[in-house]
Write a protein that binds this ligand. Sequence first.
Ligand code: ATP
Length: 359
Amino acid sequence: MASVLASLRELYSRSTSLKPSEYVIALIQGDGIGPEITSAALEILRRVSEVYGIKLNLRYVEAGDSALSKYGEALPKSSIELIKSSHACLKAPVGETSADVIVRLRIMFDLFANIRPVKSYPNTQALSKDIDLIVVRENTEDLYRGLEFMLNPNTALAIRVITYEASRRIAEVGFRLALGRKRKVTAVHKSNVLRTTCGLFAKACRDVAKEFPEITYEEQYVDACAANLVRKPHAFDVIVTTNMFGDILSDEAAQVAGSLGLAPSCNLGYNYAIFEPIHGAAFDIAGKGIANPVAMILSSALMLEWLGAKYGDVACIRAAHRIEEAVYNVLLDGREITPDLGGTARTLDMAKAIAAKMT
Ligand code: ATP
């Protein structure tokens, strides 16, 4: 994951101000396993402050199912204000209110790029040892715009919104990322069936591809891509796709790489970013202390990398790299790993083992 976001610096540093004396981080604990993996990430962030002297001012922000039952709103105004006054947001998954929290925040802050790196780590049940890909998912439109309604009691409709501009800017993110990697972009769509919406998306990707002659460009239909992720996941570098396809393919890719519990993500805009695991609140294992904390921990690392690149803070970038190294080493060691990876460690024990490796 080292330097995932570096080649995008130009994009999110347009409005950069001076490096702050401390970073204000809006922290959403989430629902289900959210509070457990948040405690795990805090172990790491405390270590980051100790070892690298990075000052993090963590402010708890209420959002999700718990906020809904307490205040009648999943994303209260006060929470939005807290997020607005922070440098970045670290978010654990929320439950049933996900559309009212993260989908709203993505649109509110124009966090148009959902960047989901997926890698195979040692001692996981990855289908291939050489997986190193990124799913770049358009984050603001498509069927997830929430434009659904009943035409009559028997017919429900959903509107799929795809614009040329949004497709172009997400394609640009994909190509820029590929420049710093294996230089290959796969645009994923279904233009043989969804001729108008996917057709427009594909056209935007082709237009951008012409501006990046150094990048190998290919297209795959989403069903073929789903199969290829299982058949030859190592063949992918950067996958650029629309919102819903990206949601599904990135979960699949994470599972192919060993566990949903390993994959971090970043919701990136020009001025702000929210970092979160790609998995959900996993109510089936909530409260048992067995959730894999790695996706949340690597999301914290991505956040530090972004802060480091945005504010020119070398300590943050170093800390991000050290977190990933520590995760790698704990997985390689194989003793303190959670049940989803075949181990018996508890969430907090795995986090402590990762923190202990950070020097
Ligand atoms: P969403 O739609 O919000 O992504 P979901 O209902 O599709 O959520 P998840 O909550 O991600 O699904 O859970 C899918 C499966 O993966 C569950 O069996 C869950 O236990 C497992 N899982 C998810 N996250 C983790 C984790 N961090 N550690 C271990 N298992 C996990």
